[in-house]
Design a protein. Structure first.
Length: 281
């Protein structure tokens, strides 16, 4: 395994990696910086173009990091062994895992989204917090969506905290970025219904048939969806709030709505009972 040691915070490679913490530099160079064993493993396995990897063995959490580094080296990725101080300077997390990577940013176009009858999409409009957007992507992957549309973006998909919170789901999911107008045109041309989440309706999310082609739409943390999507929506639903709070975190709400769709799409029949508990296929 070929590797170069870096010990100075002033090294140009280190300075360049730190610059990529800034959105403007990421978008200008079409490069992103991200961290973590799972994220790096998934991005590599799914064909992301990784250029450089910085690692600090004293920060590793297990024994799988070196085999991964061997694979990266064999694939032509430049490896740099760095000090804990350097790794901490690059990382977003308070307790970094000892792995950082620089990779090319992909384009995410509506034209690349797959479509089929009965498709399930998640539409996230103007979500501001990277951690929420990443969690939404993670839940979307877990619920088996056919695609995610990020509208009127307030944070970039390749923010390191988006990647981290998604645990690498960004690399595996079909994701598109678009304006609300572009997204609506794409959905309407394919006769995909829009379900808008809001606390201001009498219809619960469990009352709607989600077996059709549908896009579940959630909005910004503070204000929710814009009037544009309420006007375009085929139906509006709310999640029951049984306590004193009147709304949920946007990532939590998205997860609940997606899993209701997943539940409806995979009806399970009871096969036997044991001590009064029904077991399903």
């Amino acid at each position: 395994m070929k590797s170069t040691q870096l010990t100075s915070l002033q090294n140009p490679k280190v300075k360049h990696a730190v610059k990529l913490r800034d959105r403007r530099d990421r978008e200008k160079e079409r490069l992103t910086l991200f961290e973590g064993y799972r994220e790096l493993t998934r991005s590599f396995a799914l064909g992301m173009k990784i250029h450089e990897c910085f690692y600090c063995p004293s920060m590793f959490l297990g024994e799988n990091e070196f085999p991964l580094l061997e694979k990266l080296s064999s694939a032509g990725v430049e490896l740099f062994e760095v000090t804990p101080e350097i790794l901490a300077k690059m990382a977003y997390r308070d307790r970094p895992e000892g792995l950082m990577a620089i990779a090319s940013i992909r384009d995410h176009k509506l034209s690349d989204l797959p479509y089929k009858d009965g498709a399930l999409y998640l539409l996230a409009q103007a979500v501001e917090k990277p951690g929420n957007l990443g969690s939404i992507l993670r839940s979307a992957d877990a619920a088996g969506v056919d695609g995610v549309i990020v509208c009127d973006k307030c944070t970039d998909l390749y923010n390191p905290n988006v990647i981290r919170a998604s645990t690498g789901a960004l690399f595996s999911l079909p994701v598109a970025e678009a304006s609300s107008e572009e997204a609506w045109k794409w959905l309407s041309e394919r006769k995909i219904k829009v379900l808008a989440a809001t606390p201001h309706t009498e219809t619960y999310h469990t009352d709607i048939d989600l077996n059709c082609s549908v896009a579940i739409a959630v909005g910004a943390e503070q204000y929710g969806l814009s009037d544009f999507w309420f006007e375009k929506a085929d139906c509006k639903v709310k999640i029951p709030m049984l306590g004193s709070m009147d709304s949920l975190n946007v990532a939590t709400a998205a997860t609940i709505l997606l899993y209701e769709a997943a539940r409806q799409r995979k009806w399970r029949e009871p096969v036997w009972k044991n001590d009064g508990v029904t077991v399903f296929k």
